[in-house]
Unconditional design. Sequence first.
Lengths: 177, 339
Amino acid sequence: MTYNPGPDVIEVIRVPARNPIAGAYRTFGETLRGLKTTFARVVEGPVTIQYPEEKTPVYPRFRGRHKLHRFEDTGLEKCVGCSLCAAACPADCIRVVAAENTPDNRVSAGERYAAVYEINLSRCIFCGYCEIACPFDAITMGHDYEMSDYTRSDLIFTKEMLLAEAIERTPLRAEGE
Amino acid sequence: MTGFGVVFYFEPWWVQIVKSLVIFVVVFAILPVLIVYERKLLGRMQSRIGPNRVGPFGFAQPLAEIVKFAVKEPFRTTTSVGVLYRVAPAIAILTAIGGLALVPFGDVQHVFGQRVGLYGIDVSVGPLYVFALAGISFYGIMLGGWASGSKYSFLGAMRGAAQLISYEVSQGLSLVGVVITAGTLSLTQIVHAQEGLWYFIPQFAGFIIFTVAAFAETNRAPFDLVEADAELVGGYFTEYGGTPFVSYLFAEYANMIVVSGIAVTMFFGGWLLPFGLHPPGWVDPIVVLVKIFIFFSFFVWVRATLPRLRYDQLMSLGWKILLPLATLNLLVTAVLVAT
């Protein structure tokens, strides 16, 4: 069915008649209007955020660099080496090698722990599926997004790097900001 | 009393040399600052900050860029035409500097017992000298564009030739109204004739025409078809790099200073101040420089505002609107002065 608007809906905007005097007047007026617009920008001041010095605060659910977590009371790692994050990862950038916990070498709370936990951040697409897949909330997405480096191998983050307390380089957006 | 008409060479030769050196050095010290100022003001008008990394508030930016340009490798296209390719930028900047000599920065002052006119020269042909130099500066653009042996340069140069010739006529005619009203061609005499009423009020139409034509003559937006970086890469200086490029750049800005200076002299009372203020003589150059600065800011303001004209629009504006208006303005002024 075609849209058939009534005569009260249709608004016809006609091109102004070709009149040199009116045209010159219009041109002059529009030029002044344009000049007013640009001058208003000077009065407003710049909107620039000077990036390395100032940063836009990120939202709480911003998906930045991953973090691995420990239990706060016991200090044991939350990760049990189940490799569900690696299975969920669409970019295939997580590598987990699990090992058994022993009584004299207890690393995690479960039966097993991740002996190797590596994330290749040069391949990661920051989709956050690993965070969703994890049954123990051992891996979460942090707020850090400044990860450029000089070599690709430096972007493979090991378990120690992911477990370490992240340097807070990125401001978090306050409630309602 | 030498040369053409009445020229008052009352100064000894060394005063004239010192004077020209001072004008040259001061203006060329101001030019880089103006370039940074333009970029910063353009930024503000686009809600940006503009250059602010080098030096305080970014004002050392031109120093860094001059070093960058100076150490660049000199190159030329294989199709470029011998010596013309090298001479063209020099013509552009020489004519721009030559125009500076005419801008009056102040009246005749007594400095250490010498009578010194605060201007380069006070020729009795005034504006004609400027147009003569502007006529030569076309060669800087045309030769530069043609001798580069590049089609973009050539297109820019051809556009420049057509544009400059079209608008020079209107610009000249708009100044004739002022000349008729003042009854003299000497720029200092014209400034003196404006005591009481600056000419941009009685000659408002002439002022508007002059301003529009000045934008076209200096190849500034919205008439920068000569450069037209979206279509022609860079226009007539596409194939120039390093110091020849800088000389084209400086020539453009020096031309803007000259045109602003002429506008200030012809329409805004040169070194005169409104409200009956009569400061001591050493303030005159500052007054003129401030007025030039305001006019320059207007150039930048318009550049930030208006889009570039299409080529046929440029031509019809020049020949169908500005030229009849300028002629009408001239005729009306002539009739009014005669009666």
